[in-house]
Design a protein around this ligand. Structure first.
Ligand code: SUD
Ligand code: ADP
Length: 310
């Protein structure tokens, strides 16, 4: 998602939007241990931001509320998905004789880390898209998707940034433009939850697949469909992090139309009938739970509300 109000001093800025698993069914497991999923996914119209500029030497800087949670020195710093994405795309281009010179990347880390809304994956995807533009190359989106999958199972879907159904381990993507935009709240108790730990806690790995009936028209039709889906990672996540129960209940108590946990948690999201009820709920929740992360946003429409994507 390119943004008009860019990070000052950077040639280009991209938003790395929060990912929301509206439903997440675990339907199997590959021989290498990765789980097979069927997930209805959408994205928020808000997230991290990444600034891009050509530079005399490679630089990486950070800002934002959650930048303190990212290691910035030593070997761990090189594990940042922004840098891994830069290095993989550069290696791909260099092998093909395309110049991919030094860049200054700035990550504005607005999303909580390890929170089930794919912030790191979104950062990686936004880096691939931003650098492709900054370096002026025409890497095909299919090649970008292959690079993305090397960075994480969620990264290919983050290249899309619009409603979709993901299968496989997340890489088999079908756009789902019918899913409408909703006023949305994302709430996290600021307790990091490890994705591999949650997958390991699953007791059943062959659950019923995703089933989305045809012909939903109204918002209430969609809510009824979402109610029929599950997040199979929610029971183990609630066991590991009991505060998810409190977040979910607090969101329900606001009168939201729909509440569920995203990904491996601990973030929960709520969909609302209108922006006024969303904003009122955000005010109440922030006052009652000053230690929680509360983001009032909208889910994107079928176009992804963005430009610059293939
Ligand atoms: C659960 C989901 C749902 O969208 O989201 P998050 O909770 O991370 O946001 C994703 O599948 C997370 O994708 P991502 O975070 O990119 O996963 P990766 O880095 O590739 O994998 C981290 C670890 O999670 C486990 N893993 C991940 C994906 C998958 N389909 N099966 C798995 O078993 C593996 O143990 C793997 O080592
Ligand atoms: N740019 C980044 N933002 C967030 N986490 C990152 C980043 N780069 C690497 N990581 C690592 O990736 C892991 C998953 O982070 P994240 O994408 O925020 O999780 P989730 O998908 O559960 O929201 C974290 O443990 C973190 O150390």
């Amino acid at each position: 998602m390119a943004t008009d109000a860019g990070i000052p001093g950077f040639a280009l800025t991209r938003v790395a939007p929060a990912k929301i698993n509206l439903g997440l069914h675990v339907v199997g497991q590959r021989a290498d241990g990765y789980h097979l999923l069927e997930s209805l996914v959408t994205f928020a119209d808000a997230g991290d931001r990444i600034g891009f500029s050509i530079s005399a030497e490679d630089r990486f800087t950070v800002s934002g509320r959650f930048s303190v949670d990212l290691p910035l020195t030593g070997e761990e710093a090189a594990g940042n998905l922004v840098l891994k994405a830069r290095d993989l795309l550069r290696a791909y281009l260099t092998e093909r004789g395309v110049e991919a010179g030094p860049v200054h990347l700035h990550l504005e880390k607005n999303l909580p880390v390890a929170s089930g809304i794919g912030g790191g994956s979104a950062d990686a995807a936004a880096t691939l898209l931003g650098l492709r533009e900054l370096w002026g190359t025409s890497v095909h989106i299919d090649s970008l998707k292959k690079i993305a999958l090397q960075l994480g199972a969620d990264v290919p879907m983050c290249l899309e940034g619009r409603p979709l159904i993901a299968r496989g381990i997340g890489e088999d993507i079908e756009r789902f433009a019918e899913f409408p935009s909703f006023p949305m709240l994302i709430v996290n108790p600021l307790k990091a939850v490890s994705t591999p730990v949650i997958f390991r806690m699953l007791t059943s790995k062959t659950n019923p697949p995703l089933s989305i009936p045809q012909g939903q028209r109204s918002a209430s039709d969609w809510i009824a469909t979402l109610q029929s889906l599950r997040n199979d990672l929610e029971p183990p996540a609630r066991k590991l992090e009991p505060e998810i129960e409190a977040v979910s209940k607090a969101l329900m108590d606001t009168g939201a139309s729909f509440v569920r946990m995203s990904g491996s948690g601990a973030s929960c999201f709520a969909l609302f009938a209108d922006t006024d009820s969303r904003d009122a709920a955000a005010t109440v929740l922030s006052r009652q739970n000053p230690n929680w992360y509360v983001l009032a946003c909208n889910s994107v429409n079928g176009e992804g509300n963005c430009d610059g994507r293939d």
